[in-house]
Design a protein around this ligand. Structure first.
Ligand SMILES: [Zn+2]
Length: 495
């Protein structure tokens, strides 16, 4: 009898004794958020400017317990941004753990609100963004970058939006979404990018399964191949009509326009070389809870990838009013990328209104990066007047995408932000040294007074061109050290 009792007690302890609670803790400022990340009692899964969601070993009065057994029989919790009066309709098969005026937190997978998305919270540890290098300070236009911006072509943007719209529906696990993923991968491969289709699973309220894979295209940097700037967009679309078989979800504004911006940026930028690597992403399954970008960003964190900044492209075709303007969404933890975006806008489009805003409802793929140690920003349509047709069969070119000029501007800003960081390699007037391609292990650049101005110590492959864009105009000497120990010195002019 006693033995049975002991065994039962042990079993109960095994089942419940070490259960940890899923809790919410409100925060007033960035310092409080950082303190919580440093608290060993907590495993933080998700943060915003106002609260964190975490698993707590022990609970105190600062915490609101949402679920006394965190992730016990569910692999996700879902945040659905939705007015309180309508929240009951969006619970999917889940249970509402917390309802506020603008969101409901659901245990399990839930339905995206009619004109917004959802955010799935996984049993993974979040990481606050860390600065590995500073964003550049842009003081004047770079004529090469202006030249790239001038190539952004509205017909080219429209052709991509039209193609994606013509799938009729790109629901996260539909055949058409897989076809769209393949088509995007083909476009990227044709531009010479290193292309990968990243498979992943999503546990949505319609049932779990394999989602149409992310498409990741890399343009390798010449000097820093392992340091990245990233842009991305989601290619899936959603509507209740498509869900229940009574209509389509063409997803022209949300988000064929974002994919068009990423592909147009790649079309232009692949004609140039950059010092840093650039990644062009198209994600699956954003609408059900940012599943695709979460799969990619968490893998980047795991692999320790160094990403300087992430630029999101999600909806850029619905112009409200006459003047093109941009609303920038980002949390306080990544203020530097916000300042940087404003800086680039100020230099290249000084007349354009750009605001830092907070989106009371909805979210997008920059959030996945911000949860995994990176700095991501979301330049969005007018937060008060974005396309009212998204997530309906009417999200089509015409009413919902009413301005390709606006798409052109968002794409130009995407290019400007990426390239000011990635640093275009300027080949002007170094033709005299193009024949140096034989086993160079390092090189040094000197001015005519013999003062060293630049050196590259770990040239990993043969080179036929070098970067001189950090140099002022003038005459320089360059000294190449070869693998066999020979040294070759040449003179060149930087215009
Ligand atoms: Zn979207």
């Amino acid at each position: 009898m006693k033995k049975t009792f002991t065994l039962l007690t042990l079993m109960l302890i095994a089942m419940f004794g070490f259960a940890q609670s899923f809790v919410m803790i409100n925060t007033d400022n960035q310092q409080e958020t950082e303190d919580l990340f440093n608290n060993s009692n907590l495993k933080i899964h998700y943060y915003t400017d106002n609260f964190v969601l975490a698993t707590a070993k022990t609970v105190d009065e600062s915490m609101k317990v949402l679920d006394s057994q965190a992730f016990s029989d569910n692999d996700v919790y879902t945040l659905v941004y939705c007015p309180q009066t309508e929240q009951q309709n969006y619970l999917g098969d889940g249970e509402a753990l917390l309802q506020t005026s603008n969101f409901v937190l659901v245990k399990g997978a839930a339905m995206p609100y009619k004109n917004d998305g959802a955010v799935a919270i996984f049993n993974k540890e979040a990481k606050l963004p860390v600065a590995t290098r500073d964003f550049p300070v842009v003081t004047a236009e770079n004529p090469i970058i202006r030249g790239m911006m001038d190539q952004v072509n509205m017909d080219s943007l429209e052709a991509t939006v039209q193609h994606l719209q013509d799938y009729q529906s790109r629901m996260w696990n539909s055949d058409n979404a897989f076809a769209a993923s393949d088509w995007i991968a083909g476009r990227m491969a044709a531009l010479g990018l290193e292309v990968e289709q990243q498979p992943f699973y999503a546990s949505t309220w319609t049932g779990g399964g394999e989602a149409a894979p992310n498409v990741i295209g890399i343009q390798r940097g010449t000097l820093y191949p392992d340091v990245y700037v990233v842009c991305g967009s989601h290619f899936d679309s959603f509507s209740y009509e498509a869900m229940y078989g009574s209509g389509n979800c063409p997803g022209a504004d949300d988000n064929a326009t974002g994919v068009a911006s990423v592909l147009e940026s790649a079309r232009i930028m692949t004609q140039y070389e950059f010092e840093y690597s650039i990644v062009y992403c198209a994600y699956g399954c954003e609408e059900m809870g940012l599943y695709g970008s979460e799969a990619y960003a968490s893998r980047c964190q795991q692999e320790g990838m160094e990403i300087i900044g992430y630029f999101n492209n999600d909806m850029n075709g619905y112009l409200y009013g006459d003047a093109i303007h941009i609303d920038c969404i980002y949390p306080n933890s990544v203020a530097q990328i916000g300042d940087y975006y404003m800086n680039v806008a100020n230099i290249y489009f000084p007349e354009m209104q750009v605001r830092h805003v907070t989106l009371s409802g909805g979210d997008s793929d920059h959030t996945s990066f911000n949860q995994h140690g990176y700095k991501g920003i979301y330049p969005f349509e007018d937060v008060d007047h974005y396309s009212p047709y998204i997530h309906t069969p009417n999200d089509m070119i015409g009413q919902s995408v009413n301005s390709f000029e606006m798409g052109q501007r968002y794409c130009q800003m995407n290019i400007g932000c990426l390239t000011e960081i990635a640093t275009v390699v300027d080949h002007t007037n170094v033709s005299e040294i193009d024949d140096i391609n034989d086993e160079v292990v390092r090189y040094e650049v000197y001015d005519l007074m013999g003062r060293p101005v630049y050196s590259e110590k770990s040239v990993s492959t043969n080179i036929d061109k070098i970067s001189v864009n950090n140099l002022k105009s003038g005459v320089y000497m360059i000294r190449f050290v070869m693998k066999n120990g020979n040294v070759v010195t040449r003179k060149f002019v930087k215009e």
